[in-house]
Design a protein. Structure first.
Length: 181
């Protein structure tokens, strides 16, 4: 009788270990966020185990410099961003006991952004035209208890408008909250 209990406990232990190894960590299917640093709304849709489509409508901060006038300008412009994200270290984080909830992990992304005409800035010496940018980004996203969200990304990009095309450093830093379930 004791042998049967021992075999039963051993069977349960072995199957639970294999079940944990086989269970993979996955991104959230639907996630909504509110960004506070640069006000905006984000929707992130998980369409496979490690890939998401990230959509954002926000206000962005820009910088320009005029050689002719020797002046710089900081401006605020509405923007739309789309990213294809691949979260590459979710399983590794889970194995180390780190949080992976609500897409807390590192990612590689293809980014496309459209910047509308700025709503603030020095228009005396600067003329603004809507522009677009594409970039390859490395980033990290962390969602903590209380659903506080921190996100950072950086990488090379190309920005273009109807007058010029130029290489730019692309980056983003947001603070906000995950809302909903």
């Amino acid at each position: 009788m004791k042998k049967n209990y021992f075999l039963l406990v051993l069977f349960i232990a072995v199957t639970s270990i294999y079940a944990q190894d086989e269970a993979s960590v996955s991104v959230v299917k639907n996630q909504f966020k509110i960004n506070m640093l640069f006000p905006g709304f984000v929707y992130e849709h998980g369409f496979s185990e490690k890939n998401t489509l990230y959509s954002e409508v926000a206000l962005g901060l820009g910088f320009s410099y005029s050689d002719y006038y020797g002046e710089s300008n900081v401006f605020v412009a509405p923007l739309i961003t789309e990213q294809f994200r691949h979260y590459y270290n979710l399983q590794k984080r889970a194995n180390k006991g780190k949080r992976t909830e609500r897409n807390s992990g590192n990612y590689l992304a293809l980014n496309a952004s459209y910047y509308f005409t700025p709503i603030s800035g020095n228009s005396e010496h600067f003329s603004y035209v809507p522009s677009a940018a594409v970039a390859a980004l490395w980033g990290l996203q962390r969602t903590y208890k209380g659903r506080f969200n921190l996100e950072f990304s950086v990488g090379p990009g190309v920005q273009f408008d109807k007058y010029k095309t130029e290489f730019i450093p692309a980056g983003n830093f947001t603070l906000g909250w995950v809302i909903g379930k």
